[in-house]
Design a protein around this ligand. Structure first.
Ligand code: ATP
Ligand code: MG
Length: 433
């Protein structure tokens, strides 16, 4: 019988575990070659994986999402799982090494070997059996029978029962998600500068950075690589309190709940977190009374991070860039708001539409303003944010526009927008009192 050449990738199990398994596998006469090159700088090297698949019959992927694994490792498991789930690489053999629940969820319908918490020798036997190698049998094996497994929903069934969400605080704090799944529409610029002017007007304001690229954090002059506690820990760890992560009073009345790159992993971790739609709402509950306004800068996607923002918010502020196709994709966001309102948060509504990067010299800009006024006569803010180079350069100084150039047209526009937001929020509060 010709034995398959087996290449083992230590993803993201550590090298010592991987090496032990390789040693055990070689006892079956397999041509084992191990490599952890598929991981570099914390990223999955797809080209390297493709190369391994060309050279080898089988690539065993050791997957582990135990709680002590870093966010990067979990993210890489996610990347591998999506590669495997796409089904294009039949020779990838996924092996789950621990009880982490992400792998079964991510690999639904795709066969994987369950070697949770087995010894290296047992794992090797399970792998050999999956490869159909039974002739060479090492002695003294103690593993249970092979458990090549398909996810059949059992993991879901054993999930903790869905408890009722915590009831939102009605102490008067207004929480707004700054959202648009389209990229580069001015979400972060609006979140940071609106927050700056709300704070300047005397309102205690918290800016929550829900974007893995941490643009709002950097914009406020905070180094996202050195923040320590951040929104990520708050979302995935029940033992972290918001006060431990918040940078209070960066400017008078303006505090920041920062983000860092680990947040990229959160979308994967959410798949096995309890009450995953309510993580942010729950995290903010304790600190809400300390603020008049909480603004959440959302990422350009409608994943778990945005769903969490919409579940925690009272309203959505939607920045629309004055350009062709400004309304493109908006239906998706409006549908998502509707879904969240029906199922998760009855308070959520479209609080306002703000037009950004307006250039009065172009006919297009004027047309977009007219079109939005027709579609959203009540939601549209009268203030239109002009295209202004001062707004574009302020982030590189780690400054809000209020600090960078308070007399610039961009600054004056955000000041006006803040006044509109304050007045509209007060009107809504008065009408619902
Ligand atoms: N009014 C404006 N005038 C000039 N440049 C602007 C203006 N608003 C935003 N920009 C610039 O446009 C780019 C996109 O803006 P911003 O980062 O706020 O958008 P975003 O929607 O948060 O993007 P992403 O989807 O990447 O999170 C940035 O470089 C920003 O500095
Ligand atoms: Mg942004």
């Amino acid at each position: 019988m010709s034995l398959p050449a087996v290449s083992v990738s230590f993803v993201p199990a550590d090298r010592s575990v991987g090496t032990e398994i390789v040693a055990e596998l070689s006892r079956y006469g397999l041509d084992v070659w191990c490599d952890d090159n598929v991981l570099r700088d914390g990223r999955l090297q797809i080209d390297e994986v493709e190369e391994q698949l060309r050279r080898r019959d089988v690539l065993i992927v050791l997957l582990s999402t135990a709680s002590e694994r870093s966010a990067w490792q979990k993210m890489i498991v996610g990347a591998f799982c999506s590669l495997i789930a796409q089904g294009e690489h039949k020779t990838l053999l996924p092996v789950r090494l621990d009880e982490g629940r992400a792998v079964p969820l991510l690999l639904q319908g795709t066969p994987w070997i369950d070697a949770s918490d087995r010894k290296a020798r047992d794992i090797a036997r399970l792998v050999a059996q999956a490869l159909g190698i039974t002739e060479v049998s090492p002695t003294e094996l103690t593993a249970k029978e092979t458990t090549q497994s398909h996810d059949d929903g059992a993991v879901r069934a054993s999930d903790p029962p869905h408890r009722q969400p915590p009831s939102p605080s009605r102490r008067g704090t207004q929480v707004f998600a700054i959202a648009n799944q389209k990229g580069q529409t001015g979400k972060t610029t609006t979140a940071v500068n609106l927050a700056a002017y709300l704070a300047e007007a005397g309102h205690r304001t918290l800016l929550v950075d829900m974007c893995p690229d941490a643009d709002a954090t950097t914009h406020l002059g905070v180094d996202a690589h050195r923040v320590g506690g951040s929104i990520y820990e708050l979302l995935v760890n029940d033992d972290v309190a918001a006060d431990d992560a918040i940078k209070p009073n960066l400017n008078p009345n303006l505090s920041l709940l920062p983000a860092k790159v680990d947040l990229y992993a959160a979308d994967i971790e959410f798949t096995y977190l309890d009450q995953r739609e309510y993580r942010l709402q729950r995290a903010l509950e304790a600190v809400k009374p300390q603020y008049d306004f909480i603004l959440i800068d959302c990422p350009s996607s409608l994943g778990w991070l945005t769903v969490n923002a919409l579940t925690a918010a009272d309203g959505v502020i939607l920045p629309l860039q004055c350009e062709y196709f400004a309304l493109e994709g908006m239906q998706q966001l409006l549908n998502t708001i509707r879904l969240v309102r029906d199922r998760l948060n009855p308070r959520i509504h479209l609080f306002g539409v703000v037009l950004t990067m307006y250039d009065p010299r172009t006919k297009l800009g004027t047309e977009v303003v007219r079109e939005i006024s027709e579609h959203f006569p009540r939601e549209r803010f009268q203030t239109v944010i002009p295209r202004n180079v001062r707004l574009a350069e302020a982030p590189s100084f780690g400054q809000t526009i209020l600090e960078h150039d308070p007399r610039s047209p961009g600054a004056l526009a955000y000041k006006d927008l803040a006044e509109e937001v304050i007045a509209r929020a007060a009107a809504i509060k008065a009408s619902s009192a």
